[in-house]
Design a protein around this ligand. Structure first.
Ligand code: ARG
Length: 402
């Protein structure tokens, strides 16, 4: 008895997902495998990938361009949340998984499949993100993860594939494991497994080495409407174009590299390198605009929400009741977050140098140390007396008792 009859498999064109096709049929008795390659702006040619699935034995090979939704519904939502896992990683890979899961479930439902499948191993976060997202979207669907169970080494996997006409990688395969999409690149494994070893310069594709960046600083103005980036340097842009241009602009100045030890959900610490120029600059600019347009209590309270949000997304709970509730909070906070932030890009740094908004809560007449000061200095005295009262009483009490 097989585990499923008709399966929709998330397909990347790599060795693992290609081997999944004959493996599902031969070992697990699946009768029909439909592959689904999602275009999330990874820059791969998708027609060869579509054909490779068929050559590897897929009964049907689908390609879906979801780049626009990825930018608008996933990346921009995360920017509104200023989402940085462990304060650094802007979740560029993590954000793609719930979208791929959604596409898998939609195709499975359209095609009447009884299961979906992915090529994740048992050591990473991505398996969790797929499995939980699929369970949330359609709890009746089975999820198959052959690579989590087959226990083959890389060489064995390649040899298994060759039996079924899956060409082993032509190029001497890279020692790294790389995930790529519109938002950036995640690089791990190989020599990077030594946390003390500096990464080779040639692993980077989206960001220049500081030695090769322009000596001249460059300015960029980012416009936001209700927390959503809508334009660069005065020009309106759709979400995908905006992220692409900003990746180039910031990457050229060496902005957007992250080298970190990260805590995976499955308990493993791993060394990760990221290149996410646009996402980091957008979060920095967005946070600055919030500082200008949100009251202090909302800004401070939102920090805690952002931390929880980032953990939920990292840990695969994109479609979960807590995430939905946090989304509602975040949306409510974004109503006034419109305006423009000006940044200076230079030698690996993006620095905010200006911000403006018609919803600005910054009051020149309250802030000024010059003429026209409207702040009631006298009122400060009474305020401080009451603000400090508990501390004053505590001090008196502890002194008296000695
Ligand atoms: N550690 C990151 C995450 O969990 C990136 C994983 C990227 N995958 C890869 N094959 N390099 O989101």
């Amino acid at each position: 008895m097989g585990r499923a009859k008709k399966v929709v498999l998330a397909y990347s064109g790599g060795v693992d997902t290609s081997v999944c096709i004959p493996y599902l049929k031969q070992e697990w008795g699946v009768t029909e495998v439909i592959t689904l390659a999602a275009d999330l702006g990874q820059g791969d040619e998708l027609e060869p990938i579509r054909e490779k699935a068929l050559k590897s034995g897929a009964d049907e090979s689908l390609v879906i361009d979801a780049t626009a939704s990825f930018a608008k519904d996933y990346a921009f939502a995360a920017i509104q949340a200023n989402a940085l896992y462990e304060n650094r990683y802007p979740l560029s890979t993590a954000l793609a998984r719930p979208l791929i899961a959604k596409l898998l479930v939609e195709v499975a439902e359209q095609q009447g499949a009884d299961a979906v499948a992915h090529g994740c191993t048992g050591k990473g976060n991505d398996q969790v993100r797929f499995d939980v997202a699929i369970a949330a979207l359609n709890p009746a669907l089975n999820v198959l993860a052959p690579a989590r169970e087959w226990g083959m080494t890389r060489e064995e996997t390649i040899a298994y594939g060759e039996q079924f006409g899956i060409a082993s990688p032509v190029k001497k395969s890279s020692p790294y494991s790389i995930d790529r999409n519109l938002l950036g690149r995640s690089i791990e494994a190989g020599p990077l497994e030594d946390p003390w070893m500096e990464a080779d310069e040639d692993i980077y594709l989206l960001t220049q080495a500081i030695a090769n960046t322009p000596n001249q600083a460059e300015y960029v103005e980012i416009a936001f409407e209700q927390g959503i980036p809508i334009g660069l340097n005065g020009e309106s842009m759709n979400p995908v174009a905006l992220i692409q241009s900003l990746n180039q602009l910031a990457g050229r100045h060496g902005i957007g590299r992250i080298d970190m030890i990260e805590n995976r959900l499955v308990g493993i610490k791993s060394r990760e390198i990221y290149e996410t120029p646009a996402l980091l600059v957008l979060i920095q600019a967005h946070r600055e605009l919030e500082s200008l347009t949100l009251t202090s209590d909302v800004t401070h309270y939102k920090r805690g929400i952002e931390e929880t949000y980032s953990q939920l997304v990292y840990n695969g709970l994109w479609y979960s009741p807590l995430k939905q509730a946090l989304d509602a909070f975040i949306q409510q906070t974004q109503v006034q977050v419109s305006g423009t932030v000006r940044l200076k890009l230079h030698k690996g740094n993006a620095s905010v140098v200006g911000r403006k908004s018609s919803n600005s809560l910054y009051s020149p007449s309250l802030a000024t140390y010059g003429t026209g000061d409207q702040f009631d200095h006298k009122a400060a005295e009474g305020f401080i007396y009451i603000w400090g009262l508990p501390t004053r009483i505590w001090s008196q009490q502890t002194r008296d008792s000695h």
